[in-house]
Design a protein around this ligand. Structure first.
Ligand code: SER
Length: 609
């Protein structure tokens, strides 16, 4: 086995499959195709190819391969072990209605044993052994593997390991995976001799080398045969690299080693003494750089919230390691330097990456400090209460820290664990969220003091609220400056908005207003707030109701330099956090000289991974 860099492995992979008549395609962005609502991120190479498998779109070629950027949130809380990463690169090859099992296995075998020089004694493939009523055991796959290896190296596993689908519906099928035997190492359970052991670190899955796409899972759960059969295969570059480079974890490979060294250099801390933190930082900073470069910004919902969680975890780690303020931005610089040659988009967005990380740090670093103090105060209160030995936070207490200081729940738990507190029960926390949501539904009191909320309803209303500002300004630009707000009612599904205007709106006017609003959302304009006197607000051209407020300090919200309006909030932080396409559904008369519109968002996406 010769030493290869990760980059060389990736190049070898592409060249190999190109020589087998595969067309090399570009990596898709981390954001899934628009009409795919099955997950927040691209989680594997086939994600952007789903329509090809079900015959809804025609492929440019019937053999494809690439290196795909992927992000999986499923393991995010477990990062720090040897071989899981939130963000990773997947080496993928596909047959779209072309070759089938035999060829897929032949390719994988040739690549591993001849191109990479892995010993066949260490390769342990699996096939699907049925535990599903509607899919039989893949006997054909078992037979194919017997051409290459002795029976004891081949394992049949069930649905959990060997039936693959990209989501609850869509193309799917039984698969074959190749595991690498790392030997009777320190992570071996001491008993098992083959893959499939849940306690064991001996067998490392390195390649899902043949998902045999033959079914389409329908909404009702039924499996329907696909019009043609295909192969989907993917290997994690990080894991293959660790095997080739003889490392027992991903962080010692050249994909991470320079980042780990830079963490030590910038913090002056010892890696072994802080191994878990170092690994989390290395994993998360790489994920953050690629997420930001693909246009994602930290926010309060969906994929924006995932980025926020990742960044806030980094900020917490920075504070624990007592690193300087510029630690994360310097580290991001290192990551960009390491990857820019292969991934030009990350270099092209370098300044953006640095700016977004700094901005989140600005919002959260201080809030975190205050939140930790508040946590300790709560602990003191508990000690003086009737239950002084209580070693957990109630859902309400945890929710207060989360809502007020913007501390993600898992960080609250982490802080708690450090002082011997137990984790916050999920149900209690959810109940606290629900009860808060209930209250804010009545009073609209849901202000995001720490700039963070996972409460769907309130957050949706907030997005509409900012949109109403954009709409009013758009109306004034399209219809004239006589337009003033006369009333407004916002639910989590729509805006109802009354405004002064003598005539019915034409469809052209409506379209112009919609376009103007959507353009501002697309521009991701920043939303800022300033307190000033009424006189000053007027001087600055702010719109809104001024009556009876002279002498008072009032709040003025600006959306870029597009809109400036007197308002009490709450609002989103950036227009880009508004999800969906703005659309005016209905326009009618409200009273004399007052018109009413109802507006919604099309293609909203509130899906969890
Ligand atoms: N889609 C399959 C997986 O992610 C093969 O790439 O494992």
């Amino acid at each position: 086995m010769q030493f290869l860099t990760a980059h060389q492995i990736q190049e070898k992979f592409l060249k190999f499959f190109e020589s087998k008549n595969h067309l090399i395609i570009k990596s898709h962005s981390l954001i899934p195709p628009k009409d795919d609502k099955s997950s927040l991120f691209v989680t594997s190479g086939m994600h952007s190819l789903k329509k090809l498998f079900i015959g809804q779109e025609k492929s440019k070629a019937n053999r494809l391969c690439n290196v795909q950027k992927c992000l999986r949130t499923i393991d995010i809380d477990g990062i720090g072990d040897t071989y899981h990463n939130t963000f990773f690169f997947m080496l993928g090859n596909w047959s779209i209605g072309d070759y089938w099992k035999k060829e897929a296995i032949a390719f994988a075998w040739e690549f591993l044993t001849q191109e990479l020089g892995l010993s066949k004694d260490n390769l342990y493939p699996t096939y699907f052994e049925s535990d599903m009523p509607d899919v039989p055991t893949d006997i054909e796959m078992h037979k194919i593997w017997l051409n290459y290896l002795r029976p004891h190296q081949i394992t049949g596993l069930g649905k959990e390991d060997n039936f693959w689908s990209a989501g609850p519906t869509g193309p799917c099928g039984p698969s074959s995976e190749i595991y690498y035997d790392l030997g009777k190492n320190k992570d071996w359970c001491g008993k098992c001799e083959k893959p499939g052991c849940s306690k064991c670190g001996r067998f490392l899955e390195i390649w899902n080398c043949a998902v045999c796409m033959q079914y389409n899972r329908l909404e009702n759960g039924d499996l329907e045969p696909l019009p043609f059969t295909s192969i989907d295969a993917g290997a994690g570059l990080e894991r293959i690299t660790s095997v080739i480079q003889g490392k027992d974890n991903n962080y010692d490979t050249d994909l991470f080693r320079p980042i780990m060294d830079e963490i030590a250099h910038l913090t002056g801390k010892n890696e072994q003494e802080n191994l878990n933190s170092f690994r989390i930082i290395a994993d998360h900073i790489r994920a953050a750089c690629f997420l930001i470069a693909d246009g994602i910004r930290p926010g309060n919902l969906d994929r924006e919230y995932v980025l926020r969680r990742v960044l806030r975890k980094l900020i917490r780690k920075q504070s624990l390691l007592e690193a300087k303020d510029d630690f994360l931005t310097k580290l991001a610089d290192k990551v960009i330097g390491l990857y820019e040659e292969w991934w030009p988009e990350i270099n092209g967005n370098k300044q953006m990456v640095i700016d977004v990380i700094s901005a989140e740090q600005e919002i959260f670093a201080k809030a975190l400090e205050r939140g930790i103090k508040e946590f300790h105060k709560t602990v003191e209160k508990i000690k003086k209460s009737d239950h002084p030995h209580r070693n957990y936070l109630t859902g309400e207490e945890a929710f207060y820290l989360y809502e007020t200081y913007g501390i993600p729940r898992e960080i609250i738990e982490e802080i708690g664990l450090e002082i011997g507190f137990m984790s916050v029960p999920t149900l209690d926390f959810q109940n606290a969220v629900a009860s808060h949501q209930q209250k804010s539904r009545e009073s609209m009191a849901g202000k995001f003091k720490g700039g963070l909320s996972e409460e769907g309803d309130v957050w949706k209303k907030t997005q509409f609220h900012t949109t109403a500002h954009l709409m009013l300004e758009a109306m004034r630009r399209v219809l004239g400056s006589h337009v003033q707000q006369k009333g407004q009612n916002i639910t989590d599904e729509r805006i109802r908005f009354d405004f002064s205007h003598p005539d019915k709106l034409t469809s052209i006017e409506i379209e112009k207003i919609e376009n103007l609003v959507n353009e501002q959302i697309k521009k991701d304009l920043p939303v800022s707030i300033a307190e000033m006197s009424v006189e000053e607000a007027k001087k600055q051209g702010a719109i809104g109701v001024f009556e009876d407020r002279y002498g008072d300090k009032i709040k003025v919200y600006s959306i870029g330099d597009f809109s400036k309006e007197i308002c009490g909030g709450p609002h989103v932080e950036r227009a880009g956090q508004i999800k969906g396409t703005f659309k005016i559904l209905k326009e009618e008369s409200s009273s004399k000289g007052v018109r009413r519109v109802k507006a919604i968002f099309k293609s909203r996406q509130f899906v969890d991974t």
